[in-house]
Write a protein that binds this ligand. Sequence first.
Ligand code: GLV
Length: 308
Amino acid sequence: MSIVFHHTPERAKIWSEKFAKARPDIPFHIWPETGPKEDVRYLAAWKTPDDLATLFPNLEVLFSLGAGIDQLNLANVPPGVKIIRMVESSLVEGMIEYVLWAVLSFHRDMFRYARQQREHVWDGSHNRPAKLYRVGLMGMGELGSPVLEKLVSFGYECRGWSRSRREVPGVKSFAGAGELDAFLAETDILVCLVPLTDATRGILNRSLFEKLPKGACLINCGRGGHLVQDDLIPALDSGQLSQAVLDVATPEPLPPEHPFWNHPRIFLTPHIASAAQSDTAAEAVLANLRRYEAGEPMTGVIDTGRGY
Ligand code: GLV
């Protein structure tokens, strides 16, 4: 019984050291080296090799190296294989930092001041308190809920929207398609953290933007596929949205001629909002392996019907 690790050599080094110490009984192979293919029971990967089913006929568990699993190419994963998303503390901390930075930057007009600096304009506005900003976060899951807790502690008026009802103290909660419009109507700063599934692909589109109060800010730290990219610039140019902060795009990286690069109201970051740290991620997988071997439920199991 063995595990194959499929990602960068830097990460592989940290993982192999952790596994050598904690589980010397499980041979650890670094892709493209796999050892005997029929021995491979576990695969830890960001993206999966194409011919997964024939490659590892006895694969039992696929551990995603990301919080998201859409990049794994699920069509490729044989039906009996359990899929586990990454749940670990640094991934949560990174997302809290990124969303807080983006919300604070919009609230305190930093994107406007950055534009003004380029034009040598010294023009400050009176500060408005955090409680006057309504932050609406879509996706109250493992990442979204702790992000909301932190935003509440900074004094923002917080709302959360999820497919099924979730409660976070201090947050007004909305659920399902039927409550989406009401959620949007009272959201000045929209944070997208829903998983990318067939139900959420393209959810950030013109019709959704029109349901937000005029001048709202969009922060997308989900996936590029959530956004209908052609709808964004018209929404910004008409003033319906006043700022977009995008950590994700389609494709990544965006081609050099893409209009997002130069738009004055788009702030782009190269998919860095948050990533699992190798040491804590390896520990999370080791803990899940122990649960699996003991016949206990693992954390982060994907419901393939639901897509997350
Ligand atoms: C990053 O995008 C992740 O899914 O962890």
